[in-house]
Design a protein around this ligand. Structure first.
Ligand code: ZN
Length: 445
């Protein structure tokens, strides 16, 4: 069995952890910053050193292609593996990056094995998965999938600088230019060549869209970002789905009044009614769907919000997630029932559904291949739902897609102390490699 090179993986993690914007703690490489550019250039250089054919699309998504062997065909659809290259503010050193590096290590393993794939193999690193610049998560992959087109460049704006996406992209391209073009090309480039180059650059926004017929499958390795795998001492998470999510805002209207004069029995305290509703829903989900759904009231506002006033109004958010559409429906019904009970006592209750997305289920055959690969290596594995969003949920709408989760220490992610052990990264890279081999050998996908 082919072994992963743990030194290669940890060296890359360490180097990238050293390329950071200045921040209070951890690593920070937000998309389209100079440090992001440096990080990409480093990964690009590594890809080139491993003999991959490298290109970037107009958005900044990075690709490194390993050609198939003589028994294969360059025109067959490619097997894609990777993750995102950007980070949140004050992030850890593993989120996203680990998936890109393990995908690159899988390319090295293919080469070391002396047995090339039949299909082209594409290592990718997406840009702006985290949504730190324009409030739009999975932005790079959405362009790859053709969800967004050129018009989005004028639609989205960076709230910190006021610059549009198009302007940010221009700034980023200016960062890239001196390194992208070799000096001798500068000298020889005629005006005509330049205009051709400019023309091709304006076309590439469209070209960032992948042709699904040129893609066989996507596989993404990622940290779990939760504590289930570690808690169960499990090596590999076979991701079932990205959970469906409902965001609601609930407003309860009661009666404001003086905290010292209105007797308890005569009150309509909107704060208490809100707390009652949150508690009821919390118990309902914990008792019935523990491990299968989550419910969080992350924001709770009281009006007028003074120590000596009975709250006349309370507003709170609900974030409800589950991989099971039926469970989401039942929890929503419970919200309605709670609201009806509170209304019956003379309160007003408004339920505003802000957004709703169904669970995105990953490809069954790829899930099977990940499980088999882990099993053959003698690793423990279990099915798991992803509560967080990933590029793979965008890819899943295009072509068969699968995700491999690795245990995060203490379940920490989006945190400077995020950590995945070298042993677990090695196991992950090996399962990824085996899964890619299985996909390569499959005809019916
Ligand atoms: Zn991530």
């Amino acid at each position: 069995m082919q072994q992963a090179d743990i030194q290669f993986i940890t060296d890359m993690i360490t180097t990238l952890a050293g390329i950071s914007e200045s921040c209070a703690a951890g690593v920070q490489r937000r998309s389209y910053t100079a440090e992001y550019r440096k990080g990409v250039d480093y990964v690009k250089e590594k890809m080139l050193m491993e003999g991959l054919e490298v290109h970037e699309d107009a958005l900044g998504n990075l690709f490194g292609r390993l050609a198939p062997g003589d028994s294969g065909n360059i025109n067959l659809p490619a097997i894609y593996s990777g993750s995102h290259l950007d980070t949140v503010k004050c992030a850890g050193a593993y989120d996203g990056i680990a998936g890109v590096i393990c995908a690159l290590e899988a390319a090295r393993m293919i080469q070391r094995s002396g047995k090339p794939l039949r299909h082209p193999y594409m290592v990718f690193g997406t840009i702006e998965e985290e949504g730190t610049r324009f409030g739009q998560v999975v932005l790079g992959s959405k362009f790859m999938a053709g969800v967004f087109d050129e018009s989005a460049l004028d639609l989205f704006q960076d709230p910190e600088t006021g610059r549009t996406f198009r302007q940010v992209l221009d700034d980023y391209q200016a960062l890239s230019q001196p390194e992208r073009r070799r000096p001798e090309e500068d000298i020889s480039a005629s005006c005509q060549d330049r205009s051709l180059e400019e023309e091709s650059q304006t076309l590439t926004i469209k070209e960032s869209r992948l042709n699904p017929e040129k893609v066989k499958a996507f596989v993404e390795l990622h940290g779990e970002q939760g504590a289930v795998l570690e808690h169960e001492n499990c090596d590999i998470g076979v991701v079932n789905c990205v959970a469906g999510i409902i965001w609601m805002e609930i407003t309860i209207s009661g009666m404001a009044g003086h905290s010292g004069t209105v007797p308890m029995k005569l009150r309509r305290d909107a704060g208490v009614a809100g707390a009652e509703m949150i508690l009821d829903l919390n118990h309902y989900v914990t008792d019935n769907y523990s491990g299968r759904a989550t419910l969080t009231a992350g924001r709770f506002l009281l009006d007028p919000g003074s120590a000596n006033c009975i709250p006349g109004k309370s507003t709170f958010s609900l974030d409800i997630r589950s991989g099971d559409r039926e469970i989401l429906r039942r929890i929503s019904t419970r919200v309605e029932e709670c609201a009806a009970r509170i209304r019956a006592r003379g309160y007003g209750v408004d339920i505003n559904i802000l957004s709703q997305r169904d669970p995105i289920i990953f490809d069954e055959s790829i899930r099977g291949m990940i499980g088999e690969s882990a099993d053959k290596r003698g690793l423990s594995y279990r099915p798991i739902d992803s509560g967080a969003g990933h590029d793979s949920m965008v890819f899943a709408a295009m072509r068969p897609t699968g995700m491999i989760f690795l245990p995060n220490r203490d379940g920490l992610s989006h945190h400077p102390d995020e950590y995945i052990s070298p042993e677990n990264l090695k196991k992950g890279a090996e399962v990824l490699y085996d899964t890619i081999r299985r996909i390569d050998e499959t005809e019916d996908m």
